[in-house]
Design a protein around this ligand. Structure first.
Ligand SMILES: [Zn+2]
Length: 140
C-alpha cells in the first residue's frame, strides 16, 4: 500500500526577479519591488514528499535521517545564505521565481531519490507563509 511522507527543510536566501530581455519599466510592472537591483531575502521552506510502500521489516518508506542528509547536501547547504542570482546556478540565467526554485529543487533531488520502494513525489516551496508552489516533475 503506497503512502506519502514529507520532510520539511528551511533555507534563507536572497534573490532578484528581473528579466534582462525586458525594459526596466516592464520588469517593475511584472515583478514589482522584486526587480530592485539590491535584491531581498526570504526564509524559504521546502517540503519534500516521497511516495512509497513501507518496508515490512522497518515499517518505514525511507530512512528520514538519510532524506534529511540528501536535502541538506543538494539544497540547503548550496542555497542557504546565498544570493541566488549570483551564487547558485542556474539562477545566473534562470529567474529565481518560486516556480523556478521549486523546479530546481526537484531536479537536484529526484536523481538521488530513486529506490525500489520509494521515489520523489512532490516538492512544495514556500516563499512566504502565504505563497507556495507545488512541483511534481514533467511526467514520465
Ligand atoms: Zn522575493
Amino acid at each position: 500500500m503506497e503512502m506519502l511522507i514529507t520532510r520539511k527543510a528551511e533555507f534563507s536566501a536572497s534573490h532578484r526577479c528581473y528579466n534582462p530581455q525586458l525594459s526596466e519599466a516592464e520588469n517593475r510592472a511584472l515583478y514589482g519591488e522584486s526587480a530592485d537591483s539590491r535584491g531581498h531575502g526570504h526564509n524559504y521552506v521546502v517540503e519534500v514528499t516521497l511516495v512509497g510502500v513501507p518496508d515490512p521489516v522497518t515499517g518505514m518508506i525511507f530512512d528520514l535521517k538519510r532524506l534529511k542528509d540528501i536535502i541538506n547536501r543538494e539544497v540547503v547547504d548550496p542555497m542557504d545564505h546565498r544570493y541566488l542570482n549570483y551564487e547558485v546556478k542556474p539562477f545566473d540565467t534562470v529567474i529565481p521565481t518560486p516556480e523556478n526554485i521549486a523546479r530546481e529543487v526537484w531536479k537536484r533531488l529526484e536523481p538521488q531519490l530513486r529506490f525500489q520502494n520509494a521515489k520523489l513525489h512532490a516538492v512544495r516551496l514556500y516563499e512566504t507563509e502565504d505563497l507556495y508552489v507545488d512541483y511534481s516533475g514533467e511526467g514520465e
